[in-house]
Design a protein around this ligand. Structure first.
Ligand code: SF4
Length: 565
């Protein structure tokens, strides 16, 4: 495997072996390593010294169920710190087929003009892309498929990334060539836009699967992992209801963000639940699908295709986080409206969590009434039109709240919280506060930990454990839901790594990788000027009780400060 280093100013490509100190890492861990080694902490996120890094996880390419995720990273324009966002789809697999451990995009182009970067076994070429400028993600993807063929993978941005909006993500084609898998968080789409790349196209024709040192041991470990995953009860839940199954669960905990995080329960939760969505999709038929795989070989298939009343697809997939932030958080109880908001966000190439949170803040400021779906759709159209108000909303919840003088901004380090209220799930509150990534449930969700989620005791331990696991899986390219399989058969992870790479991994490998990754990320954040003062939830969440549990966030700062000691 090699490092491909692309200079977008010179339009050059240098291919070199993986340096010794980067070996044993991929995905999120490798991004942290590269940022520490090569990116000045104080650089402008949208300037020439920031780098955009794409790296498949360390287990990508071996035909393991749900283990082909791509990590994308750089310095975040939203948090001003380290950022890794990962996605399913085919980007990770195709990069591995070309032997690419990491693709590092450096510098900024001179002059005007936009580009498509095409990667193949013949190297890298830049193709003019001015005709794609201003086009939505869906149309752009179709034009790329027409031009480059149906067997490509692609990572691309929409108008939000072109505008440099801090909520812009990077969309990836799924296994069916739908550009639905977004590396959403932290504004990496704006970083890609600053390099004036509309799309990266990966043509892996003639490429090869990566080698495996001990095939027999690999096959045994793969079989055991697959069995453990397929037989896990959560696999059936995610297959049948998708992530939307979390709506009822969070509501029961009093942790479903409602009307800009002013309540933890939503009176219309039934209407936005996974159960209701499943019934609706089965009834509607047509293009609707209750289960769908984002990547080849996923045996969980947590995704869906949300069809409207006529059965025509509106968006795919409709996930719990979007339902929480664009549904209950806005007081909207119609899944059709949430799906339309999601579709617009996807086509713009925007993070639906950040946008939902910004709209919640805007609603509190009086720009829309909670529950007014038409107004919410009109506000998202402001972003498509590039109006000052639209650009404000697309810049995230924190900037929106500051400009509109709203005190209740549900964010940490400038990044909006996902759909788990941290006052009612306090371990996840610790994760939001202390993760180097800013508020993000995928950095360490504790809702399944067997603790009293309202008691401040034990939350730091639960969060640390979850953060190490999450960072470990992100380094390996493992979908967090595949973690159910590794949790049920823990020795399979070390067995797979030892069989593929001839490593000496032991049972603690996941947490070791996670810890290493988090320490590197914190090192970069210190270089970037972030301090422990940023490792805090917003003050109002420590003072204002959340109905109906009446909980405040009361995990002591001193305990959180020692989380990674
Ligand atoms: S479980 Fe869902 S997100 Fe994970 S790989 Fe499968 S379809 Fe993609």
């Amino acid at each position: 495997m090699n490092i491909w280093r692309i200079n977008v100013r010179k339009q050059s490509c240098e291919i070199s072996p993986v340096p010794l100190t980067w070996e044993g890492l991929g995905g999120r861990g490798l991004i942290a390593r590269i940022l520490v080694d090569e990116v000045p902490g104080n650089c402008e996120p949208l300037g020439r010294y920031n780098k955009l890094i794409l790296t498949p996880g360390f287990l990508v390419g071996y035909g393991l169920s749900s283990c082909d995720r791509i990590s994308i990273g750089g310095k975040s324009p939203l948090t001003q710190g380290v950022k890794e966002a990962n996605a399913g789809g085919s980007t990770g697999l195709k990069l591995v087929m070309l032997g690419i451990r990491a693709l590092i995009l450096e510098d900024m182009p001179e002059g005007s003009g936009w580009w498509v970067l095409r990667l193949s076994k013949d190297g890298a070429q830049f193709h003019r892309a001015d005709e794609l400028l201003g086009k939505g993600v869906n149309e752009t993807a179709q034009l790329l498929l027409n031009k480059y063929g149906n067997s490509i993978a692609s990572a691309l941005i929409g108008p939000a990334g072109e505008m440099g909006l801090a909520s812009a993500g990077i969309q990836n084609l799924d296994k069916d060539n739908v550009p639905s898998r977004i590396a959403a968080r932290g504004g990496l789409g704006a970083v890609m836009g600053s390099k004036r790349l509309k799309a990266i196209v990966i043509d892996s024709s003639g490429g090869e699967k990566p080698p495996i040192v001990d095939w027999e041991a690999f096959k045994i470990a793969r079989k055991r992992f697959t069995e453990a995953l397929v037989n896990h009860p959560q696999t059936a839940t995610y297959r049948d209801y998708g992530t939307a199954a979390m709506a009822h669960m969070c509501n029961a905990f009093g942790a479903l963000p409602t009307r800009n995080f002013s309540s933890g329960q939503f009176e219309d939760v039934e209407e936005i639940s996974g159960e209701h969505m499943r019934n609706l999709l089965l009834e509607r038929g047509g293009e609707s699908k209750t289960t769908h795989a984002c990547m080849v070989g996923c045996s969980i298939r947590c995704s869906n295709v949300f069809g409207g009343p006529d059965g025509k697809s509106i968006v795919s997939p409709l996930e719990y986080e979007t339902i929480g932030l664009m549904g209950s958080n806005l007081g909207i109880s119609s899944l059709d409206t949430v799906a339309r908001l999601n579709q617009k966000a996807n086509d713009l190439g925007l993070d639906s969590i950040e946008l939902g949170a910004a709209l919640g803040v805007a609603a509190e400021a009086g720009l829309m009434s909670f529950g007014d779906g038409q107004r919410a759709l009109a506000l998202v159209d402001e972003i498509s039109q590039g109006t000052p108000l639209g650009r404000l909303l697309g810049s995230g919840a924190t900037i929106t709240g500051k400009v509109l003088n709203v005190q209740h901004i549900p964010a940490v380090k400038g990044q909006a919280m996902s759909a788990y209220e941290p006052r009612a799930i306090k371990g996840t509150g610790v994760t939001y506060a202390t993760s180097p990534q800013g508020a993000d449930h995928t950095s360490g969700l504790t809702i399944r930990a067997k603790i009293n989620h309202l008691d401040p005791k034990g939350q730091v331990d639960a969060s640390r454990n979850a953060q190490y696991n999450a960072a470990g899986y992100d380094t390996l390219g493992v979908c967090l839901f595949a973690g159910f399989g590794f949790a049920a058969a823990p020795d399979t992870l070390k067995d797979l790594l030892n069989a593929i790479y001839n490593q000496q991994a032991d049972l603690g490998i996941l947490q070791q990788l996670g810890k290493k990754t988090l320490l590197l990320e914190r090192e970069f954040n210190i270089k970037a000027g972030l301090t422990k003062e940023q490792d805090r939830l917003p003050e109002w969440m420590t003072l204002e009780a959340l109905p109906p549990t009446q909980a405040v966030f009361d995990v002591p700062d001193e305990e959180m400060d020692k989380i990674f000691d």
